[in-house]
Design a binder for this molecule. Structure first.
Ligand code: FAD
Length: 467
């Protein structure tokens, strides 16, 4: 006898309709589909979403809700500490016979999924990666700790499969269960800190498509040469859409390849961009195999590193008041827009962990709260990379010189001028190190540390570790 009971489709970091294997399978079953989103910050401990991420989530859910209503469906919202209980209640209320979801690979996600699968009728699918973390392994059957061989393995498998189109339609239940009201979840900040986010971002499905289209049309071809210059629109800025799953990595992969094939975007630029997209899979691969990547250094000796506890320095860094223009520009861009250019993320991270010798955990926490693309795999991986304690990381002894980085990647100072208005009138010669001027602008702080001294101290701290 065929089963006509509804299927709950549990949306998580996959807030879209196309290339959504869990929804696709439910639609194909011809059984009624009930889309659900659960808000359970406690289940995400120790990483409940930060402020900027909540802002994005609010708008992404409103948009997904509208998209589903346009198709005669409804996004059912439920809040509670325990996803297991919320889903069990929904199964009981609706008489649903099955739950579908796309898999997550972080420890909180894996823990929840495993418990649910043991106890509830569930099917999980691959939705958020090019290749699943356990698909890619070394010849010895181990996971990869170095990027290049990982990348070669991914590439040797050819293109990931084509993305699935959004289902044309699906069955609806006679009635939907009660939904909570989005506004009651209070995801939006109360202090008006998000004002500029509205000018900067369109956190919707249409926004994701427009963002990618614009990148493929205008910047992808030059990505290889332009991606390191923060004043230029050289990168895709697709990261928050990818994190929330408003666009799938497989869709991005195939769209980028198609743009290269049609001549709309240069092949070299697209290849370089796809290589970057595979870094995301690498970070997920590492987090899956090293679930403590968010808290424990991959190189164990770093557990004994003599980090400094200096709240004043940490605050200066957070507020973009270190006296180093490129660092301050980055931190202010982050605060204002919820995003920061990758090159500048590397510079500010190096400054925190090497010039200030403040624990990378503090940087990861701040990014977690302020980035709209905050992502446990990429953020943990990025911070371990910067701190020199991660897999395939920049060695700790290789210390970025903020002035040289600034001159190399923001030579004219356009990026600094945009985010540090106190330095607006300075020439390209002065803007990277204003303290060297005869009369530096009074409104801008003096450097909080001397880079040359800080560098020596960092190297000394490293050598104490070796001893
Ligand atoms: C200290 C630090 C923290 C970071 N925290 C995050 C984070 O929380 N969330 C996040 O998405 N990225 C993080 N990154 C990685 C990277 O900075 C961003 O993915 C990138 O800046 C996003 O901009 P984009 O979409 O224009 O990237 P593009 O250059 O257009 O790249 C396309 C996509 O590839 C992926 N990608 C690119 N570079 C990397 C990388 N180095 N590592 C992993 N994936 C990459 C991203 O998904 C990105 O959206 C961090 C990097 C550092 C150094």
């Amino acid at each position: 006898m065929s089963d006509h009971s509804p299927i709950l489709v549990w949306f998580r970091n996959d807030l879209r309709l196309d290339d959504h294997p869990a929804l696709h399978a439910a639609a194909k079953s011809k059984r009624p589909v009930i889309p659900v989103y659960l808000w359970s910050p406690e289940a995400e401990a120790p990483w409940p979403r930060g402020g900027a991420s909540r802002w994005w989530l609010h708008h992404a859910l409103v948009d997904l809700g509208k998209t589903l209503s346009d198709r005669g469906s409804k996004l059912v919202l439920r809040m509670g500490t325990d996803p297991f209980k919320l889903l069990r209640d929904l199964l009981e209320e609706t008489g649903a016979g099955e739950i579908h979801w796309n898999r997550r690979y972080d420890s909180a996600g894996v823990k929840t999924d495993t418990a649910l699968k043991k106890n509830l009728p569930a099917k999980s699918f691959r939705g958020s990666v090019l290749r699943e973390p356990h698909e890619i392994e070394t010849q010895n059957g181990e996971y990869y700790k170095v990027y290049t061989p990982f990348y070669k393995n991914v590439i040797s498998r050819g293109d990931p499969r084509e993305p699935l189109d959004a289902p044309d339609g699906w069955m609806h239940p006679d009635s939907f269960p009660k939904s909570e009201v989005m506004d009651d979840w209070n995801l939006l900040p109360k202090i008006g800190w998000d004002k500029a986010f509205y000018d900067e971002w369109t956190p919707t499905l249409a926004g994701a498509e427009a963002q990618m289209e614009a990148f493929l049309e205008s910047a992808a071809g030059d990505y290889k040469d332009e991606r390191d210059f923060p004043a230029k629109p050289g990168t895709s800025r697709i990261s928050p859409y990818l994190h929330f799953g408003q666009i799938s990595p497989r869709r991005l992969w195939h769209d980028a390849k198609a743009a290269a094939a049609s001549g709309d975007a240069g092949g070299k630029g697209v290849d370089a961009w796809l290589r970057q997209l595979v870094w995301r899979d690498f970070a997920i691969h590492l987090l899956f195999h090293q679930p403590q990547l968010d808290l424990e250094p991959m190189q164990e000796k770093f557990s004994a590193f003599p980090w400094e506890n200096n709240p004043d320095h940490l605050q200066a860094w957070q507020r973009g008041q270190t006296g180093y223009p490129i660092v301050d520009a980055g931190m202010r861009e982050l605060w204002t827009t919820g995003w920061m250019h990758n090159r500048v993320r590397m510079i500010v991270a190096s400054f925190l962990v090497k010039d200030l010798r403040i624990h990378w955990h503090e940087g990861a926490k701040w990014f977690w709260d302020t980035l709209v693309d905050a992502d446990l795999a990429n953020n943990s991986f990025g911070w371990q990379w910067a701190a020199g304690c991660g897999a395939d990381a920049a060695p700790y002894f290789r210390i970025f010189n903020p002035m040289l980085q600034s001159k190399k990647f923001d030579g004219e100072g356009a990026y600094i001028r945009k985010w540090v208005p106190e330095l607006k009138g300075l020439s390209p010669k002065d803007i990277h190190a204003p303290w060297e001027m005869d009369a530096p602008p009074e409104a801008y702080p003096e450097p909080i540390v001397d880079h040359a001294l800080a560098r020596d101290e960092a190297l000394e701290a490293l050598s104490s570790l070796k001893d």
